[in-house]
Design a protein. Structure first.
Length: 96
């Protein structure tokens, strides 16, 4: 079975940490990492089966938006290519 991956990005660590907390409490998703992307933007990568990742990303995005009051972006890859899987496995590849 293919592992789906999802990413959420928001401004600041607090919204992302709240999102991570909400995601792991609501779903059985695996948190792959958190990285600072620059300009105050922080991202989190999650993995699991597609339905779980979609639910976790939705919960996380809503939580981060409620905490920050700012724009929150997300994307889910149902069947990620190798480079996207590598980024999800090690966010340090893009983080600072």
């Amino acid at each position: 079975m293919a592992v789906a991956v999802g990413f959420i990005e928001a401004e600041g660590f607090v919204p992302i940490f709240d999102a991570v907390d909400a995601m792991v409490k609501a779903t059985a998703v695996e948190i792959r990492g958190v990285a600072r992307l620059g300009g105050g933007i922080v991202a989190v990568a999650v993995a699991g089966d597609l339905a779980t990742v979609e639910e976790a990303v939705e919960v996380g995005e809503e939580t981060a938006r409620a905490v920050s009051g700012r724009s929150v972006k997300s994307v889910v890859f149902a069947n990620p290519c190798l480079p996207v899987s590598a980024l999800a496995a090690d966010l340090a590849l893009v983080g600072s």
